[in-house]
Design a protein around this ligand. Structure first.
Ligand code: SAH
Length: 250
């Protein structure tokens, strides 16, 4: 079962049918995702955007992984993707969920330029790319601070660092969803309720699932950690990136 035997759309559907809820792929979304995969492969030949380069790997490890978030995002929600890189999870979510209002934030201009250009090529009007550092863009006084229903981050930093950066983007009553692989259990082991409370975050709900490679049945464990935002974030957070890295809260 590879894309040669299945065709790209069917291969994509096979990746998405595993372990994920509430996501049916429309023809329009499938077409956009296949185009995104092709564009990513082309761009990658010029500029090294991502380490994952075959259609099969992009379909499973970028698209199915990114779209696992969809089940937890209600209609019309706003979402900030911190450290979106080449657009994950932002671009697949924007393609599959036109109702969402997505902001992709990255400190590297080449990456946010790619996301903006690709959103234009795919006709996605629900994603905006912002170039900047999370700790600066979400500092007190900035209009983006504590303004999003949801904030997410995939493959950006360890959990203690992410919680401090990402809490700054979530409105009261909203959620921060950390997308983690097999490191989730180790990273949550050092987290305490008291430390989370200093960042106005609740203890997370854990949603675990496997991405399954259609042709081999190989499984990749994934965990979404969903933290509720319980109140305003004290203005001293987020600290400078150097300080967060030197002495993370956990
Ligand atoms: N989320 C993407 C990219 C992961 S690579 C994916 O899963 O494929 C991590 C990205 O985070 C890089 O593009 C880097 O530029 C960005 N990044 C790291 N620290 C950041 C910060 N403090 N603010 C904004 N972007 C950051």
């Amino acid at each position: 079962m590879s894309k040669e035997t299945l065709g790209e759309t069917e291969y994509l559907s096979a990746c998405l049918s595993q372990g994920l809820r509430d996501l049916s792929l429309s023809g329009e979304t499938a077409r956009k995702l296949v185009q995104l995969a092709g564009d990513l492969v082309c761009e990658n030949e010029k500029y090294n955007l991502t380490a994952i380069t075959s259609f099969e790997e992009i379909a499973l490890l970028h698209f199915a992984d990114s779209l696992s978030l969809s089940a937890f995002l209600p209609a019309g929600a706003s979402l900030l993707d911190v450290g979106s890189g080449a657009g994950f999870p932002s671009l697949p979510l924007a393609a599959a969920r036109p109702d969402l209002k997505i902001t992709a934030l990255d400190s590297t201009g080449k990456k946010t330029e790619w996301i903006a250009a690709e959103a234009g090529r795919l006709g996605l009007s629900n994603v905006t790319a912002v170039c900047g550092r999370a700790e600066e863009v979400l500092a007190p006084g900035n209009p983006l601070r504590e303004s999003f229903d949801f904030v997410t981050a995939r493959a950006v930093a360890r959990l203690g660092v992410l919680c401090e950066l990402c809490s700054a983007g979530v409105r009261q009553g909203g959620s921060f969803i950390a997308m983690k692989g097999s490191s989730a259990a180790g990273e949550t082991a050092v987290m305490t309720k008291a430390k989370l409370a200093t960042l106005s975050l609740s203890e997370p709900k854990t949603e675990s699932f496997d991405l399954v490679r259609p042709e081999t049945g190989e499984r990749y464990g994934r965990t979404l950690l969903i933290f509720g935002k319980t109140g305003p974030l004290p203005p001293k957070y987020p600290r400078s990136f150097a300080k967060i890295k030197k002495s993370p809260l956990f």
